[in-house]
Write a protein that binds this ligand. Structure first.
Ligand SMILES: NC(=O)c1ccc[n+]([C@@H]2O[C@H](COP(=O)([O-])OP(=O)(O)OC[C@H]3O[C@@H](n4cnc5c(N)ncnc54)[C@H](O)[C@@H]3O)[C@@H](O)[C@H]2O)c1
Length: 464
């Protein structure tokens, strides 16, 4: 179910708001007004960053080397200003920061130039990320500094060896400048584009926690480790979505309204953010092509909305609807460099969860079940299982929803609970108290110090 970059706008909106709460001490009911977010990439998915920063209330500066990509986002209204002059870019940003108004500014140029300029001019950046295509860093996904986008294409096509050297040199400068910026208090996070892995692969082992390889992770957090994981995935909040198969705008409006009415905005701040998201979804012009909507929800939130929609189809208030989710979710994915990074679920050495979820969804009667490889981080680095569910208004579909929707989400929450994620444990405890015909087992927690002392006492190196 491809719905264009709308999904990543929501994901980035949630990531930025929660980064603000966690790292900048922004109160739960406030947004990022007066705060500066800097990143790079205005491409297929990264193109969401300006819009997401705007919706979250921030001033966003996004560097992009390819002018055609900037023009697309500008004509779409997802970027407000465009300039290739760094002085002008930061003057504009300063103006909107002091007015506390949101603004999305595109810098036509290389992110490394932008960051080095910010250091030279002593400009404070609140939140910093990167969304160049580092999963394909030597195949054109990452543009070397010091050359234009057109020169980069020419060198890539005719002198690969030189291109690789230029990429490595740029990664080094990029790494060094982020080190300087983070030392001044900026919060940098990897946004799931294999940026830190690319730096490590280029030979800079200083980026690895253990200084040798990526087995223990990297020195900076990925957005899933720090933000999405504990704040959203642990509870089961993930990218629930639907497509109005009638292709009618009015159906989308009716479903937006119905979904909004299903959310209790006072339950948690996550619900408050999701409520605001769906309330303003139409105004924010997020649809690209298909009449589709994304709305982060937890297990029961998704079920409630799904049953409501099926009832609306049954009553002929709207045409048929297809539900789904993407792989950037709590369940259905084994992705140790992103969705399951740094949780102790074993997904760094084996990939069985995505397959379990795909088979479970299939057995429960989902209309479409998929199992695929590579989602977001590159082939060979992840296994994903997805689903599609057509709502035809029937009672039969109600029954499928009641088991499959909960299973799909809770499988992910269970795995995170078994990995001893605190918020997942409490989510499973709450789930087990409800009458849902299923029971999720929980880990028995032990005292780590006691275990370590026991091991120290009884373990004999090379022993008998
Ligand atoms: N976190 C998530 O949820 C998520 C979701 C989707 C994709 N991703 C990852 O994000 C990355 C970007 O995805 P995409 O679909 O936007 O790719 P894309 O290739 O369409 O866009 C990347 C953009 O970065 C620009 N760029 C490259 N090097 C640059 C540099 N040095 N300075 C400035 N701009 C530069 C390119 O010109 C391009 O337009 C990928 O690695 C992808 O796997 C993450």
């Amino acid at each position: 179910m491809y719905i264009g970059p709308q999904g990543i706008v929501h994901g980035t909106y949630s990531t930025l708001l929660n980064a603000g709460r966690m790292k900048l001490n922004i109160p739960e009911q406030e947004n990022l007004s007066g705060r500066l977010f800097v990143s790079s990439g205005l491409g297929g998915m990264s193109g969401a960053q300006g819009k997401a920063a705007y919706i979250a209330g921030a001033v966003g500066i996004i560097a992009e080397v390819d002018l055609s990509r900037i023009e697309t986002r500008h004509s779409q209204g997802w970027v407000d200003d465009v300039s290739d002059n760094l002085e002008k870019v930061f003057v504009l940003a300063k103006k909107y920061l002091s007015l506390k108004q949101p603004r999305a500014i595109a810098y036509h140029g290389n992110i490394v130039d932008l960051l080095e300029y910010a250091v030279k001019e002593n400009i404070h950046i609140d939140l910093l990320s990167d969304q160049t295509s580092c999963h394909a860093v030597y195949d054109g996904g990452y543009c070397p500094v010091g050359i234009s986008f057109e020169e980069r294409t020419n060198i890539l096509n005719h002198d690969k060896e030189k291109f690789i050297k230029l990429v490595d040199m740029t990664l080094k400068r990029h790494f060094e400048v982020i080190k300087k910026i983070t030392k001044k208090g900026t919060y940098f996070f990897d946004y799931g584009n294999s940026f830190m892995k690319a730096i490590s692969d280029s030979g800079i082992k200083e980026i690895c926690k253990n200084g040798v390889n990526d087995l223990d992770g990297f020195i900076w957090p990925s957005y899933v480790e720090d933000i999405m994981g504990p704040v959203l995935f642990d509870y089961g909040y993930g990218p629930f979505r639907w497509v109005c198969l009638s292709r009618k705008e009015e159906d989308l409006e009716k479903t937006d309204k119905a979904a909004m009415e299903c959310i209790d905005k006072n339950r948690r701040f996550q619900d408050f953010d999701n409520y605001n998201w769906i309330k303003d979804a139409k105004k924010n012009k997020l649809v690209v092509g298909t009449k589709a909507r994304i709305l982060y929800q937890d297990a029961y939130g998704r079920l409630k909305i799904a049953l409501k929609f099926n009832e609306m189809v049954r009553n002929k208030e709207v045409g048929p609807i297809m539900l789904g989710r993407d792989h950037h979710d709590t369940g259905g994915t084994d992705s140790p460099f992103r969705e399951t990074s740094n949780i102790k679920d074993g997904s760094n050495i084996m990939a069985d969860m995505a397959t379990h979820v795909a088979l479970g969804n299939s057995a429960r009667g989902m209309s479409l079940v998929t199992l695929h490889n590579g989602g977001g981080v590159g082939i060979g680095k992840v296994i994903n299982g997805g689903y599609g569910m057509v709502l035809d208004g029937s009672k039969r579909v109600d029954e499928i929803l009641k088991t499959a929707m909960l299973f799909d989400v809770m499988a992910g929450v269970s795995r995170r609970a078994w990995a001893r994620q605190e918020n997942s444990i409490s989510t499973v405890e709450e789930y087990n108290q409800l009458d849902n015909n299923s029971h999720v087992t929980l880990p028995v927690l032990t005292d780590n110090v006691k275990i370590e002392n026991l091991v120290k006492k009884h373990y004999v190196k090379g022993g008998k």
